[in-house]
Design a protein. Structure first.
Ligand code: NI
Length: 164
């Protein structure tokens, strides 16, 4: 296993649209192990392959208190969203130190393959629903700061570039 470097906003590679995973083979399983290690090491609750510069539809998540309930979603597709929406503060390992409000559906249903390639349906609400929507945006090349006003986004961009 290995820690993977995480791309930082405004790296243009974060705007790459991911392709579907073709098969859940040894290469993907090694990537999953590395992504989980990288997510836990960075104290994140979710990580999309896009953020480690692999442009395939794969995300890992753990929203548990104990940090011992890893979830793997491969080729996730949202099949239902609740009409109810809510604004929650979000952060992102690719935009360290920045937290701001984003409106998301409060509940969703998602179909995906798990880490062993089994098809499953996930009904998520609360933090898990927010996290899945945030990570799935990454797979489409979208970073959460793109929901904010241009003024805020530019301020964040400047801050991130200065930090680099
Ligand atoms: Ni993120």
């Amino acid at each position: 296993m290995a820690l993977l470097p995480i791309l930082c906003y405004p790296d243009p590679k974060l705007h790459t649209v991911a392709r579907p995973v073709q098969s859940v083979d040894g290469r993907i399983q090694a990537l999953i192990a590395d992504m989980l290690e990288t997510m836990y090491d960075a104290n994140g609750i979710g990580l999309a392959a896009t953020q480690v510069n692999v442009h395939e539809r794969l995300i890992v998540i753990d929203v548990s208190e104990q940090r011992n309930e890893p979830m793997v979603l491969i080729n996730p597709e949202i099949t239902w969203v609740s009409p109810e929406k809510q604004v929650n503060d979000e952060g992102c390992l690719s935009v360290p130190g920045i937290y701001d409000g984003v409106e998301r559906a409060t509940a969703i249903k998602v179909s995906a393959l798990d880490g062993s390639g089994q098809s499953r349906t996930i009904e998520a609400e609360g933090l898990l629903a927010v996290c899945i929507q945030h990570e799935m945006d990454h797979l489409m090349g979208k970073v959460f700061v793109e929901y904010l006003s241009p003024l805020k986004r530019n301020r964040i961009k400047t801050k991130m570039l200065k930090k680099r």
